[in-house]
Design a protein around this ligand. Structure first.
Ligand SMILES: [Zn+2]
Ligand SMILES: [Zn+2]
Ligand SMILES: [Zn+2]
Length: 160
């Protein structure tokens, strides 16, 4: 099993996260022969503006003010593209989106969401997915997609 992604430290150089995310997206699109359009890029960048999930409406508002001709359906299509290609995740309970911290690798959207700072951290826990799949199978149910959104207080907020 892979080691877990590093915890989000509040005072980190977030510009690195953004640059890494954009570089990873460019690489992934080039490898899969997909178009990383200016809008897709801008949406990804905006979702990555922090580690807090970005609400769909905030995103639409922001992009409406920019000169990308971004009507809501276009923005939703860009979001779908980013989700399908594993570059961002949707946080269902918040109707919001957050950048994926290890794009290009197959994994579930399991999240630890801090109620204090609002950061959403990915939790790698393939054993949970396996337990759900097995439990569902016992009931004759084929599990396809699963999300897990755990709320609580993150390590940084506990320290302060
Ligand atoms: Zn960051
Ligand atoms: Zn992810
Ligand atoms: Zn926190």
């Amino acid at each position: 099993m892979k080691k877990s992604a590093k915890a989000i430290v509040h005072s980190h150089d977030h510009q690195h996260c953004v640059e890494d995310a954009l570089a990873a997206a460019e690489k992934l699109c080039a490898a899969k022969d997909l178009r990383f359009t200016p809008l897709r890029r801008r949406v990804l960048e905006f979702v990555w503006s922090s580690h807090k999930p970005v609400g769909a409406y905030a995103l639409l508002d922001q992009l409406r003010d920019e000169a990308l001709g971004s009507a809501p359906p276009t923005v939703y299509r860009a979001l779908d593209f980013l989700i399908e290609n594993g570059l961002i995740h949707r946080i269902e309970r918040m109707n919001a989106f957050v950048g994926c911290s290890h794009p290009g690798e197959a994994h579930r959207g399991f999240f630890l969401i801090c109620a204090d700072c609002g950061n959403a951290e990915e939790l790698e826990a393939e054993e949970i997915a396996q337990a759900i799949t097995a439990g569902a199978a016992e009931r004759g149910f084929i599990a396809r997609e699963m999300t897990l959104e755990v709320t609580g207080v993150c390590a940084d907020c506990r320290k302060s």
